[in-house]
Design a protein around this ligand. Structure first.
Ligand SMILES: [Ca+2]
Ligand SMILES: [Ca+2]
Length: 132
């Protein structure tokens, strides 16, 4: 347990690409454990996860699948990302919805913030559940 969240599972995808999943499959896998794809709402948590996941790109539990553009919704509480979260959490120039296909979000250690990216890409993922 770290801060107020519990790390439920990390799938290691460095050499085993089968551990990487598309966003929808990762989301379903987390839900099946009564968890959700990890939220990254603070820079502290971002840094923590960068260390925890050995600097790989990892799905974040938010997307703008339902409403394109400004309306990223968090998986953990169903709330819309606030403007300040949007400004503070995304890397410079992101989210940019390249080609109109970037509706999901990853964090990646090499980038100083979150990126929007196609949901059909495969990345490793972390499920989290509230501390009980
Ligand atoms: Ca988008
Ligand atoms: Ca992008």
């Amino acid at each position: 347990m770290i801060n107020n969240f519990e790390c439920q599972k990390i799938d290691h995808g460095t050499s085993d690409t089968s551990a990487q999943e598309r966003y929808a499959a990762a989301d379903i896998d987390c839900l099946s454990s009564r968890a959700y794809l990890v939220s990254v709402k603070t820079l502290e948590k971002h840094q923590l996860l960068v260390n925890l996941t050995e600097r790989r790109s990892v799905w974040v539990g938010c997307d703008d699948i339902k409403q394109e553009g400004k309306f990223f919704v968090w998986k953990d509480d169903g709330q819309m990302m606030t403007n300040s979260e949007r400004v503070n959490l995304f890397a410079v120039g992101e989210p940019n919805d390249v080609g109109g296909y970037e509706d999901c979000v990853i964090f990646y250690a090499g980038n100083n913030g979150l990126l929007d990216t196609p949901c059909t890409e495969k990345h490793v993922y972390v499920c989290e559940m509230p501390y009980r």
